[in-house]
Design a protein around this ligand. Structure first.
Ligand SMILES: Cc1cc2nc3c(=O)[nH]c(=O)nc-3n(C[C@H](O)[C@H](O)[C@H](O)COP(=O)(O)O)c2cc1C
Length: 240
């Protein structure tokens, strides 16, 4: 059977994933509605538990609403900054952690926990799978935006209760993410937090799960192993 995706296609996909960035500095140019629609459509093609599709996308473009949300951020960021002192505190305060007012579009991504009724296939035991599904939609959106040249910045330094009031979000709907979208001033080669020496990406080969837990995490490329279903408490390993 002929491969549906060429080597070039594969290369592009991996490149998009690597080149995705959390962006906090935006150009003021508006996002055309058809582009925004394409990005939201990519989000809507995400996997979801029981095909529940619990997400909603609240598009915020009004400057007054953005200003109110920025105030929530400023209050919460003050509280967060209080956790750091000395040079680390100064570095924290110098970081740009949102682009709420500069971004032409803000997007509140929510999950309606009642979508698809009380019994959703696959969600009986782990109820939070609706939230996990919504995060999958966000990653799709983030990647689609990247190929459109649009930066996405996730802002989590916000009081959910206050956000609920501003956006009239009812209690059965969970706020999963608040995102800022706009044409990026720049896509950096590495995460902003790494560039600013706040944190750095852990090499994949260093990730491990304690063997005592009965699973094998990521192993060195040379000795790639995979965990197969095994008798209780035993880990079976097969070469790939
Ligand atoms: C759940 C979540 C919440 C985040 N919240 C913030 C935030 O409040 N402010 C911020 O500047 N970046 C935020 N980020 C972005 C991360 O800092 C960023 O993804 C990480 O540093 C890696 O950088 P990269 O996305 O450019 O690869 C958040 C990311 C995630 C996934």
């Amino acid at each position: 059977m002929e491969d549906e995706f060429s080597a070039g296609d594969r290369e592009v996909l991996y490149r998009v994933i690597e080149r995705r960035r959390d962006v906090r500095a935006f150009r003021p140019d508006p996002i055309p509605s058809e582009t925004l629609y394409r990005i939201l459509s990519a989000a809507h093609h995400a996997p979801s538990v029981g095909l529940m599709q619990p997400w909603n996308f609240i598009v915020i473009q009004d400057t007054g609403t953005k200003a109110r949300i920025k105030e929530i951020f400023l209050r919460e960021n003050e509280k967060a900054a209080a956790h750091y002192s000395g040079p680390r505190g100064m570095l924290y305060r110098s970081l740009k952690l949102e682009g709420i007012e500069e971004a032409p579009v803000n997007l509140c991504v929510t999950a309606d926990r009642t979508r698809a009724g009380p019994h959703v296939l696959g969600r009986n035991t782990i109820v939070d799978t609706d939230l996990y599904s919504t995060c999958c939609a966000i990653e799709n959106l983030w990647l689609a935006a990247r190929v459109e040249g649009i930066g996405v910045g996730w802002v989590s330094i916000l009081s959910i209760d206050e956000l609920r009031k501003v956006l009239f979000i009812p209690s059965h709907v969970v706020v999963v993410a608040y995102l800022c979208l706009g044409y990026a001033q720049e896509f950096f080669d590495e995460p902003e937090l790494q560039r600013r020496r706040w944190a750095s990406r852990v090499p994949l080969d260093q990730l491990r799960v304690p063997r005592a837990l009965g699973t094998v995490g990521f192993l060195k490329r040379r000795q790639q192993l995979r965990v197969a279903p095994a008798r209780a408490g035993q880990v079976a390993r097969r070469r790939l």
